[in-house]
Design a protein around this ligand. Sequence first.
Ligand code: SF4
Length: 481
Amino acid sequence: MAQTQLQSAREGIVTPAIERVAERENRDPEFVREQVAAGEAVIPTNHAHEGLDPMIIGREFSTKVNANIGNSETTSDRIEELRKLHAAVHYGADTVMDLSTGDELDTIREANVEHSPVPIGTVPIYEAVKRAESPEEITHELLLDVIEKQAEQGVDYMTIHAGVLMEHLPLTDGRVTGIVSRGGSILAQWMEENAMQNPLYTEFETICEIFAEHDVTFSLGDGLRPGSLADASDEAQFAELDTLGELTRTAWDHGVQVMVEGPGHVPMDQIRGNVERQQEVCDGAPFYVLGPLVTDVAPGYDHITSAIGATEAARAGAAMLCYVTPKEHLGLPDAEDVREGLAAYRIAAHAGDVANGLPGARDWDDALSRARYDFDWREQFDLALDPDRARDSHDQTLPGDNYKEARFCSMCGIEFCSMRIDQDARDADGEMDALDTGVDLDASPAAAVNLPPVGTHDTSAIPELPEIDAVAHDEGEPADD
Ligand code: SF4
């Protein structure tokens, strides 16, 4: 039986996948091997996934981004799903999860694995529900059958919600948003109806044996993650996390790679604590977080609310970020939502890497900044995180080829382009004349404008504005009436 990446790394073997990852991350292969051997990084590589370009997920490496695709009962087929896969990889997804719950599950999954150069993840409980027709009808045999079949099909990692236990369920009473994980809610219903322990927990060692045979990586699901700020960091969430720590060690005993999923909705000030707690409880296993959203008040903009939290999570040590699109909580994302979500999350991941001083991370920023200051517009577009978006935005107002050489854009215009003015003010060596240090800047009245803002965000104090009609009337213009 072929070994898992973890088993090989423990034996001191630098596998071809480790070699490739080292090349992609510009790191020493021996360092990569040590990280995998310690369980602090994973290389999801199912033996049967032939077209895969191996990648690594771990806090010592560049922060990765996952995109979710998948059909529902009413939308999408194999071709449409392949289009979504292509769009996700094109816009920079490091892994893709197929969360299909509609028809043609097998065909779609097989096509995704066959055509994907990035690891494919799944949540097998979804297929089990489809086959059983209702959650409470799922049997242990059916669950294991689904998991084994998906492993044989080449799925690289699977979300297994084995940490949701019967004794955790009462801890969710009184929550504002209950259990919001699809997998968590399905398993909770199963346990309530059957009065038995979570089958993914009781069958965990059998699942480990299946995963070891195919080198499927665990993504231990957070079925009790908070779905609102009010429920963040509560007893239910941390009780499940303790179980996930126990399961991490069990999987390692079987030579199986593990990452652990995390919340969800978490206030900004609790994010670092959440990441550090996971790292401690799960002995450094990579943390894979969904967002987290740092406020609940912005449906329609949750790619932004969650990318803010994702940046903080990456800074604190999260290894992979699961993107959130603007449609979160509202509807099934379309291709444009996928693009917006991925852009937001690639920004979050990169910002985290820069802040953490990841070797080479800021080279990208510096190269783009130089191109910007040089007015090398084409280079600036090429280096942009989304080159098409950057080019289109520029060309909306200055489309002509001659403007690709211009020392200004339409934002400030030719006269007020500060970078042009700055360059013109410098001497041949690119230097400014020295400031007269005898001037007391603090004494200048102009310094007052730099004082911090005062006041609160209590909008009751804001005076009411007059109606537009009244303004027009006051100014001597005839009102409509
Ligand atoms: S016009 Fe303004 S925004 Fe445009 S390049 Fe110059 S400084 Fe930058």
